[in-house]
Ligand binder design. Structure first.
Ligand code: FES
Length: 96
């Protein structure tokens, strides 16, 4: 079973099959913001992937478009509603 490590909250939760990180976090009562409900349009669920980027699906064109217009930028920034882990990942929800 793969794990999602949320470093800024010092917690870890197990992944759920093909569920995106956003929904796994919500299922485990981890607070992460969403305005669009996980529909890849608001950009509010942005996270920084600190380890395990290779264990995530690559960003779709739609995700890239949303990522291009949010304040938080960087090569490791993804949308939690679009990332499905197939191995361990370590993330940061709140920017440093
Ligand atoms: S929840 Fe809105 S883009 Fe992910």
């Amino acid at each position: 079973m793969a794990m999602i490590y949320v470093l800024d909250k010092d917690i870890e939760v197990p992944t759920h099959g093909a569920d995106p990180i956003l929904f796994v976090l919500w299922d485990n009562r981890v607070t992460i913001t969403s305005i669009c409900g996980g529909n890849c349009s608001c950009g509010a669920c942005n996270i920084e992937v600190l380890e395990g980027m290779e264990n995530l699906n690559p960003p779709s064109d739609e995700e890239k478009r949303v990522l291009s217009r949010i304040k938080r930028q960087g090569p490791n920034v993804r949308l939690a509603c679009q990332c499905v882990p197939n191995g361990d990942v370590a993330i940061r929800i709140v920017p440093e």
